[in-house]
Design a binder for this molecule. Structure first.
Ligand code: C5P
Length: 232
């Protein structure tokens, strides 16, 4: 699995995104388009960034009844993104339906990964708000095993959990890990965090990095630091 840094383009508009990406002269970072940007700009922003040569992780985190998710995934399959995702808590039948919807008539499809527990959730919030009493690491592993069973390619998880996911689901099962912070940086709302270098040591395949790059005084230098620490 090729290791890479995915830059979370959490911007309110295409204009703001392009101003940001234009700073990366000669480089085409793997980018993540999330809900904010996609809901503002729709499929056009995906096509624009694809045409500019970026790989794209479309992070819309679908979660609905299986039939609805299947139909939504069939629409997304036409966008030619590299990775897309859903919530593992939507259950195995929902994930199986998603794969069906995402698979194009020629059998190809983007990689599909499942969100396990958001990295903004910790044990206490999970117990209090969701009434899930199991240890968070067990919940993540259970969701990962369900995703694998449904035929998905990997999961989004905290870097703290990536190694155990690989142990349980195999080294080819992709781990995409947000919640990455520089050792000397702000945590923001992320509770379960790790540095790029630590994420590399424990075997994350991709790290998703937003504010440590997008809010940096020099985003290109921050991106390069991430790549140096994570990819080497
Ligand atoms: O700015 P920051 O580095 O915290 O951004 C992390 C990105 O990863 C955000 O776009 C967020 O939506 C996403 N993400 C996350 N935790 C997950 C799944 C996705 O933080 N479990």
């Amino acid at each position: 699995m090729g290791k890479d840094v995915i830059v979370a383009c959490d911007f309110p508009s295409a204009a703001a995104t392009l101003v940001f990406l234009d700073k990366f002269t000669g480089k085409k970072p793997f980018v993540k388009i999330g809900m904010e940007l996609y809901y503002a700009e729709g499929p056009a922003i995906v096509k624009e960034l694809k045409a500019r040569g970026h790989k794209i992780f479309l992070d819309l985190k679908l979660h609905d009844i299986p039939n609805t998710v299947k139909k939504a995934m069939a629409v997304l399959s036409k966008l030619d993104v590299d990775i897309t995702n859903l919530h593992a808590s939507g259950t195995v039948p929902m994930m199986e339906a998603a794969i069906e919807g995402l698979t194009r008539p020629d059998g190809s499809r983007p990689l599909l990964i499942a969100v396990t527990q958001l990295t903004s959730t910790d044990q206490e919030t999970m117990e209090k708000d969701l009434l899930i009493k199991e240890p968070i690491a067990d919940v993540v592993l259970h969701y990962a095993a369900n995703a694998k069973k449904a035929g998905l390619d990997g999961v989004v998880c905290s870097p703290l959990e990536a190694q155990r996911v690989h142990d349980r689901c195999g080294k080819d099962f992709i781990t995409v890990t947000p919640g990455v912070r520089f050792a000397d940086g702000d945590r923001g709302d992320q509770k379960r965090v790790m540095t790029p270098a630590e994420a590399r040591r424990i075997g994350s395949d991709y790290i998703v990095v937003g504010r440590p790059i997008t809010a940096a005084a020099d985003p290109v230098a921050a991106y390069e630091r991430c790549v140096r620490e994570f990819v080497g």
